[in-house]
Design a protein around this ligand. Structure first.
Ligand code: ASP
Length: 327
């Protein structure tokens, strides 16, 4: 489908792309719209016409919280409902760009317009910066009708919003889709629109030699509604540690969603391979297949924030909603 864009919103949230130097280091700066218009006058070829909005406060994305995902999602929905926008280009810092892209993939699951995120490793205007190539490249991809759902445009490449991770902090090709096996667990039922009703607390616990019941109990006591366990290899963990397994069982009985992904960048969960995997499943863990941490975190957040109950969250977590688990 090649549908050209008529009303693009450029939504500026901060990030290196528009930062200026301060005594403390690079900081987000206002006034990016004028710089963008001036630069556009020098660009060749047709670009979509756009309006511009700054989300306040402008942030280094290292300061982003899940509430900012909700703020971005509602700014996108407002642009569609109130201003009839047919595409959104979101400018964002790179540090947590993959988390926001994943969360928005689920929070905007029902939205039909393309939402493209980009940012830069060097500020616009600094020598050799990737800012303008990323930004105008993103506009051109939108204009060409190449963007579907939530995606990321970076260093000349379009990437899936719920499969991408930041893998480098020192190069222009900072983002890549994880080489994880995505199990074809496509949902046969239509997934629900995940309209946020309430905040949700999801906590990530990477497994490591030495982790135990105390860590699980502390996280549950902190108010976690879901515990995302980054398991070893194919979804294994210390299943012989009776207090650890009992702490997980107890959390599950209390209504905490226990979700598993693999901490191997090229891995996926298959609880059946080892007894140390099936022991985790028996304690109540559900498999996130080959989902990235960003995708699993954003998905659990969106499912819980939408007010789904424990069983519904477990049901949808294991099913592919937007290509995060299946092609
Ligand atoms: N710390 C910056 C941010 O995430 C890094 C960047 O934008 O590249 O906002």
């Amino acid at each position: 489908m090649n549908q050209s864009i008529e009303r693009l919103l450029v939504l500026y949230t901060g990030g290196t792309i528009g930062m200026q130097q301060s005594a403390a280091g690079l900081m987000p700066a206002s006034g990016f719209e004028a710089r963008l218009r001036a630069q556009q006058a020098l660009e060749a070829g047709p670009l979509p016409s756009w309006t511009f909005r700054e989300l306040q406060p402008l942030l280094d994305s290292a300061n982003m919280q899940p509430t900012h995902w909700l703020q971005m999602a509602s700014a996108v929905r407002d642009a569609v409902a109130q201003d009839d926008c047919d595409a959104v280009l979101l400018l964002h810092g790179t540090d947590t760009l993959a988390y926001s892209a994943a969360a928005l993939s689920f929070l905007l699951l029902d939205l039909e317009i393309p939402v493209l995120l980009t940012g830069a490793m060097l500020p616009a205007g600094s020598p050799g910066s990737d800012a303008w190539p990323n930004l105008f490249g993103a506009m051109r991809a939108l204009q060409a009708g190449q963007v579907h759902g939530v995606q990321l445009f970076f260093n000349g490449v379009l990437l899936h919003g719920a499969r991408v991770s930041k893998l480098r902090s020192d190069a222009f090709d900072a983002f890549a889709e994880a080489p994880r096996k995505r199990l074809a667990a496509a949902a046969s039922e239509r997934p629900p629109a995940l309209l946020p009703q309430r905040p949700a607390q999801v906590v990530v616990l990477p497994l490591y030699p030495g982790v135990g019941a105390a860590q699980v109990r502390a996280l549950v006591a902190s108010g976690a509604q879901a515990l995302l366990l980054e398991c070893y290899g194919s979804g294994t963990g210390p299943a012989d540690d009776v207090p650890f397994i009992e702490a997980l069982r107890h959390a599950h009985r209390q209504g905490v969603v226990l979700a598993a992904i693999s901490q191997c960048p090229g891995g996926h969960v298959d609880f059946d391979v080892y007894a140390t995997g099936s022991g985790l499943r028996d304690a109540g863990l559900v498999s996130g297949g080959g989902m990235t941490r960003e995708a699993a975190l954003g998905k659990l957040f969106a499912l819980l924030a939408a007010g789904l109950d424990h069983a519904e969250v477990e049901h949808w977590f294991c099913r592919d909603l937007c290509g995060e688990m299946a092609d």
